[in-house]
Design a protein around this ligand. Structure first.
Ligand SMILES: *[C@@H]1O[C@H](CO)[C@@H](O)[C@H](O)[C@H]1NC(C)=O
Length: 446
């Protein structure tokens, strides 16, 4: 009897029936040469990691707090056949609200059953497929309101090389697929994913010692990542990261490049990336409240992916605020030429000037990035705080013990800021609003 039941279930995690899954809508514009635009109706889906995971027939938690149930989830396949991913009450439970072409992500949301911290959502092309964007020779533009993001918070917008259907067609265990936000991966090869390639990441799962909702399992989920936007009111960076495996890759052991094992540069992904953060690159009067770009008000961010001879060669940034186009800052760093965009030469000189390991070049540089994103990448919008290093790598001095090491100064936030327990209590009502997404040929979106 049991054997038959398992075969019929197909050993995939299922989907729950307690809450219908209704994706918040988010429309955006596809632009054409010359600047005309066509509205595309889209929607977003919440990542599966945030979802209530409970028994198929009841409401008992398969995953509770930061631990898997040892009864229901003794191993990956038993877990999948016992458990379902539930639909999301986007605004009530997760603080996610969309309207027209705008999407707001709230930070701390107290629901009737739980307190939710941050979120991560993906743009869908249809109900069960993510929208894929082909970046080369195109530009991506959006408007962001960071005025409610203090030190330690990160309102992020980026692309990752996830499977279009969330892995549903490749992996028998991933049936809920993109409709339930499955299949996430990024260049940090996160071990905190509850399901990877449709299998529960229960083996070796260690609950976090400072995050009551998260833990880490044996597997990590790796893929190439293009960070268009990681920012708060005080700091911002854009950063490509390349992985040497095509698409989504489930890592194990040394392939994951785990920093805790002193193997940060030995995995398949370039975890450091090649970042352009105006503060770090020598301009401290550009991004912030009341500065050249006033983060007290919304700003439009343009990112151009320029190709030369068929391969990606430059990632340019422009800003628009108060009707004015504001060019990116020019680097002022001892030992470096002046740059106002990301090119291989910028990355090489920056790594050398800051004495950082040049994993970006080693893993393929911009040309490699172009190849890795060629099949199309998925748009991610998220709001998060950092349980590993308090977001100091974005907005403060990092490493904190680096004295006056070139490149360590990244933003004005205190090295004591960004502690999750502090930001979650002091800035519970924080939020980020993304709006007016446009995508099209170079110079067609602003
Ligand atoms: C910072 O960048 C802006 C925009 O490029 C420029 O106008 C300003 O002079 C720069 N400030 C410094 C201190 O370099």
């Amino acid at each position: 009897m049991l054997v038959i039941a398992l075969i019929l279930r197909g050993l995939s995690v299922g989907t729950g029936t307690q809450q219908s899954e209704t994706h918040p809508s988010l429309s955006w514009q596809q632009t054409s040469k010359g600047g005309s635009g066509q509205s595309v109706s889209g929607s977003v889906v919440l990542d599966s990691n945030w979802r209530w995971t409970h028994t198929t027939d009841g409401t008992t938690n398969c995953y509770d707090g930061n631990e898997w149930s040892s009864d229901l989830c003794p191993d990956a396949s038993t877990c999948s056949s016992n458990c379902v991913l539930e639909g999301a009450d986007y605004s009530g439970t997760y603080g996610i609200t969309g309207s027209g072409s705008s999407l707001k992500l709230g930070f701390v949301t107290k629901g009737s059953y739980s307190t939710n911290i941050g979120s991560r959502v993906y743009l869908l092309g249809d109900e069960s497929h993510y929208k894929l964007f082909k970046l080369e020779n195109n530009e991506f533009t959006f408007t962001v309101d960071d005025s409610n993001l203090e030190c330690g918070l990160n309102g992020a917008l980026y692309f990752v090389a996830m499977d279009e259907d969330g892995g549903a067609s490749k992996y028998s265990g991933a049936k809920p697929g993109a409709k339930y936000g499955m299949g996430y991966c990024d260049a940090q090869c996160p071990h905190d994913m509850k399901f990877i390639n449709g299998d529960a990441n229960v083996e070796g799962w260690k609950p976090s010692d400072n995050d009551e909702n998260a833990g880490t399992g044996k597997w990590g989920a790796c893929c190439t990542e293009m960070d268009i936007w990681e920012a708060n009111k005080y700091a911002t960076a854009y950063t490509p990261h390349i992985c040497t495996k095509n698409g989504e890759y489930r890592c194990e052991g040394t392939d994951c490049g785990d920093t805790k094992d002193n193997n940060r540069y030995g995995g398949v992904c370039d975890k450091d990336g090649c970042d352009f953060n105006s503060w770090r690159m020598g301009n401290q009067s550009f991004w912030g409240p009341g500065l050249i770009i006033d983060t007290g008000k919304p700003v439009t961010v343009v990112t151009q992916f320029l190709a030369d001879g068929g391969s990606l060669s430059e990632i340019r940034r422009k800003y628009v605020q108060g009707g004015k186009v504001i060019e990116n800052t020019v680097t002022k760093i001892s030992g470096m030429d002046e740059f106002d965009s990301i090119t291989d030469e910028f990355c090489n000189q920056q790594k050398k000037a800051f004495r950082d390991t040049n994993d970006f070049e080693k893993k393929g540089g911009l040309k490699g990035l172009g190849t890795a994103v060629d099949a199309g990448v998925v748009l991610v919008l998220s709001l998060w705080d950092d349980h590993d290093v308090n977001m100091l790598w974005l907005d403060s001095i990092y490493p904190t013990d680096s004295g006056s090491k070139a490149g360590a100064d990244r933003g004005p936030c205190a090295t004591s800021s960004g502690v999750p327990k502090d930001v979650e209590s002091n800035y519970a009502s924080a939020s980020v609003t993304f709006s007016d997404i446009k995508f099209g040929p170079i110079d067609s979106t602003y």
